[in-house]
Design a protein. Sequence first.
Length: 258
Amino acid sequence: MCYDVKISLESQLKRAARRGDASAVDEIMEKLIPLTDLPLFHASGFTHPEVLIYTDRSPDYPEVATWGLVPHWVNDAEQLKKTWNTTLNARGETIFKKPSFRESAKNSRCLIYADGFYEHRHFNKKTYPYFIFRKDKEPMIFAGLYSEWTNPEHGGKLNTFSIVTTTANTILSKIHNNPKLKEPRMPVILPDALADKWLIGYDDPLDKTALEDLIKAYPHDALDAYTVTKLRGKDYMGNTEEISEPLYYEELPALEMD
């Protein structure tokens, strides 16, 4: 699963900045950032924050999009509300089959740059939030799907996205251990060198195979994690910079890696 994220301006602009176009970065800061909810020190997908995504139609210049994919066949605002909370994540194993995602999986894929994500570990009937990030402190690149939905009532357009997930690696298997779930999950984090392959054109079955090969767990030894303050309830600090800082829980044993 991936329902809680940290996304900074620096991470979101990493791709555009890497292309070496300073004027483009300035333009993004001026025209697009004010339309987003950035920076997000912590945000839940259920609040449907607006961030930047890099799409297959615009791989170097980002677009503003809302978290929670709305398929093109959603026909009114009421159906939109029912759909939004069920499409924050897309199971990588079924994106080419499930009606909510198959059109986007074939024709509308995107990248989401983030500092990291949060996940909850269950221990002694309590939950403890962890912040998961790359050991090298570079942005994570999530594989995503997007959809541009047109409201039939007034013709307005809404750009939306979902984060693709896969079976968890070793470290996430220890953290994402909710006994109610069938298996531990994690977002598909693309290696830097392979990220552009997620945006390739889909022209034949070989392209589908190439995309499916990217849907795998990120190496566990390239990730790190630590516990943070509560992300729910009365102790929740909100979208503040301090929320992603380490917080030690004396009663919680350390993660044991096999």
